[in-house]
Design a protein around this ligand. Sequence first.
Ligand code: F3S
Length: 780
Amino acid sequence: TEATSLPQKDCSSITPPYPKLLKNLATVSRILDNRPLTLAEKILYSHVHDPERTLASGGIKRGETYLQLMPERVAMQDASAQMALLQFMSAGMSRCAVPASIHCDHLIQASEGADKDLERSIVTNQEVFDFLESAARKYGIEFWKPGSGIIHQIVLENYAAPGMLMLGTDSHTPNAGGLGMLAIGVGGADAVDALTGTPWELKAPKIIGVHLTGQLNGWATPKDLILHLAGKLTVRGGTGAILEYFGPGVFNQSCTGLATIANMGAEVGATTSTFPYTPGMRAYLQATGRAPVAAAADKAAQNGYLAADKDAQYDDVIEVNLSELEPTINGPFTPDLATPLSKFGSFIQENGWKDDLSAALIGSCTNSSYEDMTSVADLARQAKQAGLKAKVPFLCTPGSEQIRATIERDQITSQLQDVGATVLANACGPCIGQWKREDKKGEENAILTSFNRNFKSRNDGNKLTMNFLASPTVVTAMAFSGKLSFNPMTDSLPLPSGGAFRFAPPRGQDLPAAGFTPGETGYYPAPTPEPQPETQVVIRPDSQRLELLAPFGSPFGPGSGNERGLELPPLQVLMRVRGKCTTDHISAAGPWLKYKGHLTNISENLLITAVNDEGGDVNVAFDHEHSPAESETDTIPAVAKRFKARNQPWALVVDDNYGEGSAREHAALQPRFYGCAMIVARSFARIHETNLKKQGVLPVWFVDKADYGRIGSGDIVETRGLAALLEGRDTSEHAIRLRVTPRAGGAPFEIPTRHTMSADQLKWLRAGSALNHIRAQIAG
Ligand code: F3S
């Protein structure tokens, strides 16, 4: 079933309803006194639900107003789709309110190469794939089976369209911004909003303008632009904001290059990233069988929809001259530690690290476009001609079946294999820890990847693996040197025959001259299939990987055991978490991925890599009310489990940017499952904060960050003012105060907090979760 050329697609369900969007935008613009708008504002505001009603009170203030939005599509990957679907199922609907797709990519483990890995991973994950496939059939969702590719690449190739608003249950969903749209990474609970047709709420983001001038040249690639920006903005710099690129430097880049930039906007915490409609986007739509979408977008652009208005105001503007951009390498362990390539050798030396590279990895959702692959193949050809082979394991992950088949047809794959590359399955693999790496266990070593994320242990589960991020071409060139200090722009490599070899700057091609080929057509689902309600969704009763969800109870009212009315019951503080606490710390990936659909089992990993600020130990919590048979200290999940067994609701005290990193809703579900009712933070990462609200956990911010150190484990915390907030008597952001009774004695004291709960989010809190609220509405 290998097809040779890409057919035109049926574009009816993938063309944004531009006339309707423009009409909606006109209504919002009128409410905003026709002030000039940025592109991101236009896309957001054209998707506002019932603008006359929802915006009647006071227009829109960026960073303040909560928008009720109607996304047009939902995409889910196999790990996060499980919980999203389990939640959707319990909402009681017979079909999805918007088109949706499921992508089997995260559960494929990389080990020996594409075919064997795929075969083995299908067997290992059969029950999950059966569950996803049966749920997709029942509710009319497009199902992309294992081997079809990585969610973001498939979305870009098939669904993304200029001006569209989409939600995806993965933090790199913004990748689709490369096609001039807003694609936002969310948790499964937010996806359920869109799937049930419930307006999805988002605080109107600030808009950071990135003004691009000049032109990329030599070794500099779009990846280097975002690596450079990550260094400037840091992992927090984009929080609560959309990165909107504009200026002449946007227009001479390929659509897939823009997608790489948008993809890694997630690394600076941005809500998403977008670009005005470009000729590169038009060409990409046409090359991927979507000429009618391009034609409709052309028309929408003529009507002023797909670019910012002249004089549009940004909250901040960053200037980048692409002509001056140098290749950049970021890491280890954080994506914002940016070092220009020319300084990387001395950076390694100054830190006293070994100069050896242990593996080079290219591809992933971030960098596996045709342009990326032809660029690295150019380097492979040059190296082969010089008689060189990769000195370290060199792994390549194609982003989709379409890319795999096209690069195979165009002999790019064979050129990479000629110099020693292993081509892995079209899936996430080593990017998400699905890398069966045997050679460096427990050993300090350095790898270079063209991926997007580099938290400790992310790729191979070894916390001593220093993981650096770079463009695919820099990664490839380094693979031939095996040395981190090698600068391919200036340094030569010794040849076996004597003499020296220097790479010429790589040249790629953005689109294949012979067009894309879809490859195995069996991988492609029918577009917008009809639901088959008679389908039985497959969950084995003895399954260790899937479990139907039992709704969380409301903390208020009859049956809650709470005698404080609309205040939370008294909460015992489980621990004070020190420093960086990403969603990986709260709910680790790697081996735990297999329990994504089983809340009881996956909760065993709660906060297992978090540092307890009282004592500084990892995965240690104190149980001050332990029974004689129990120890005073135990692992964090074990103590949380004890609290649950005692019906003791609890709170966490956490540091800055708590929950950064991903849309992993398990990081919110798991504490809630064990009885967490409130988290008090110096600050929250946006997606995670929303996820906590969805699951009925109250997130509050310290007004005075120094108060963080005044609350410790075993202290009792009571809310004050929550009832007034829930009843609408005090709607201020400072409505909630906390009364703290220290465990060690001493006088109780009160601290002020700030909250970001909207009126609707308060309904979720009251109902016990957003899902409880939705179900009651459908039933009622
Ligand atoms: Fe997969 Fe890594 Fe992208 S996990 S979706 S390849 S960020």
